[in-house]
Write a protein that binds this ligand. Structure first.
Ligand code: PGA
Ligand code: MG
Length: 221
């Protein structure tokens, strides 16, 4: 067992960039939304750096880039609705589970560790993604970016999760790819583990000072 798991009773996984490489489908939906507005396509490389603060922020960043100005709130809301429509059509089309993920989830499950999901993605997409990628059975509870009034890097979703299962934050581990996961974990009093292969606005996640880093989640088990 990896030393990071010592005394750990609950693991909260981030989704995008940690368990799944979802940028191809996110970028396709962003570009479909932009194209409908007569705006240039952003492409996967840009979208990769915009993911991490939920869909509203993703759409706002896309509009900002394409229009070269701050979008009005109503403009962002309308574009967000279209993005949600496009993304919701087939969120698993080109999205793939990262190597080592299934093995890690299986082993944690076998050890009786509570496995949960805390993503900043809207909750409506969680079920279609987990089912479509055959991951749903591993998770005892999943929270989206709009499940509670606050999202990561706020510690609220993590504290909610720990409290729900009656686990002390010191016995819980947050696993993510971005500074928002590490910050939320530290603020909640969780142990923090980062993966370097995901999306972190183009910066190494090591700069956030997680308690540990693994190249693949398989290393965890
Ligand atoms: O939707 C996002 O921006 C990121 O979602 P995540 O929290 O699963 O990385
Ligand atoms: Mg992430």
């Amino acid at each position: 067992m990896h030393p990071m798991l010592e005394d750990i009773q609950l693991v909260a996984f981030d989704l995008d960039g940690t368990l799944i490489d979802s940028v191809p489908d996110l970028a396709a939906a962003v570009d479909a939304m932009l194209s409908e507005r007569g705006l240039p396509a952003a492409g996967e490389a840009r979208v990769r750096d915009w993911v991490g603060n939920g869909s509203h922020k993703l759409v706002e960043r896309a509009l900002q880039w394409a229009c070269l100005r701050e979008p009005a709130e109503a403009e962002t809301d309308a574009a967000l609705a279209r993005f949600m429509d496009f993304y919701g059509q087939d969120p698993c089309a080109r999205t793939r589970v990262y190597p080592g993920v299934v093995k890690a989830l299986e082993r944690l499950h076998e050890r009786g560790i509570i496995v949960t999901l805390i993503t900043n993605k809207p909750a409506a997409f969680i079920d279609p993604l987990l089912r479509g990628l055959s991951l749903a059975s591993f998770f005892q509870l999943a929270l989206g970016g709009d499940s509670l009034p606050e999202k990561k890097p706020h510690p609220a979703p993590l504290l909610h999760m720990a409290e729900h299962f009656g686990v002390a934050p010191a016995n819980a581990l947050m696993v993510g790819d971005s500074r928002h996961d590490v910050e939320a974990g530290k603020r909640a009093g969780f142990r923090t583990l980062a993966v370097p292969y995901g999306y972190n606005h183009g910066e190494p996640v090591a700069e956030s000072g997680p308690d540990g880093i693994v190249e693949s989640l398989e290393e965890l088990v």
